[in-house]
Design a protein around this ligand. Structure first.
Ligand code: TPP
Length: 271
């Protein structure tokens, strides 16, 4: 499968969803979409047929405000009607509210309050070890989210229990809600922090490149006796020029003209 193409098709869905709803977190969606595309369409063993089986791989979007990106990916995988998600996102009475919730087929946990996903992932990975199950657990975090102290307890526990069936990804887009991650709460030397907690660290210098991501996740599968983290250096707003690296697009709302520019730029990549 052409994963790059798929990620741009899904970017178009995200832009449609954001424009219709005038809600959502478009900047972080566009930084994380290549990660989700790679995991769901190449790496993970999870689909609508096996979702109820105990052995399916677990995916936790800890940076739950980027539910919009998760919804278009799950819709594309066939968990539900993607168009319904695009048309009703954030609308009154829609189940596609602004954050992941388990009323939606394919969603493993409710998230949105930052700092919980890694701890839950540790529990799921530990349960797999205790029950001799082969599924792997994948958790995606934001770099702003790494200011939450609970992550560091989870990092310790993952290492203590040698959870080599756990793979975290940090979406290192350098921005959070109101400024750069460094300005708001610096998470400098994050790779060193993970290493010091006993994790195997894989740097992906272009975290919007699906080929680099595929390589990283394959490497993580070979690591024994310790958890792995993929440090994905991404661009917030990637794929829409005026949104890239601009904090205003954490949850900005597009004008009609901005919407048309966004669609045009994405279609140019798809042409
Ligand atoms: C516990 C908690 N505190 C605050 C927020 C509000 N909030 C939503 S998104 C966000 C910034 C997150 O930044 P980052 O993790 O870097 O996300 P990204 O830039 O990838 O969208 C914050 C502070 C929240 N959702 N949960």
């Amino acid at each position: 499968m052409d994963l790059k193409r798929k990620s741009y098709e899904l970017r178009k869905d995200i832009i449609e969803m954001m424009h219709k709803s005038k809600a959502g977190h478009v900047g972080g969606d566009l930084s994380v979409i290549d990660i989700l595309t790679t995991l769901y369409f190449d790496i993970m063993n999870v689909n609508p047929e096996n979702f109820k089986d105990e052995d399916h791989d677990r995916f936790l979007l800890s940076k739950g405000h980027c539910a919009d990106a998760l919804f278009v990916v799950l819709g594309e995988k066939g968990f539900f009607d993607k168009q319904e998600a695009i048309d009703t996102f954030s609308c009154f009475n829609s189940k596609f509210i602004g954050h992941p919730n388990t009323d939606i087929n394919g969603v493993e946990i409710n998230s949105g309050s930052l700092g919980h996903g890694l701890s839950i992932g540790v529990g799921m990975a530990l349960a797999a070890k205790m029950n001799e199950k082969t599924y792997r657990t994948y958790v995606v975090l934001g770099d702003g989210e790494m200011a939450e102290g609970s992550n560091y307890e989870a990092m310790m526990a993952a290492s203590q229990y040698k959870l080599d069936n756990l793979c975290a990804t940090v979406d290192l887009n350098g921005l959070q809600i109101s400024g750069t991650t460094d300005e708001v709460m610096s998470t400098a030397s994050l790779s060193e922090k993970f290493k010091s907690f006993g994790w195997h660290v894989i740097e992906v210098l272009d975290g919007n490149d699906t080929a680099e991501l595929q390589k990283a996740y394959r490497e993580a599968m070979t690591i024994k006796g310790k958890p792995s983290v993929v440090m994905a250096h991404t661009i917030k707003g990637k794929g829409v020029s005026y949104m890239e690296n601009a904090k205003e697009w954490h949850h900005g709302v597009m004008s009609e003209e901005q919407y048309e520019i966004a669609i045009k730029e994405i279609e140019e990549v798809l042409a």
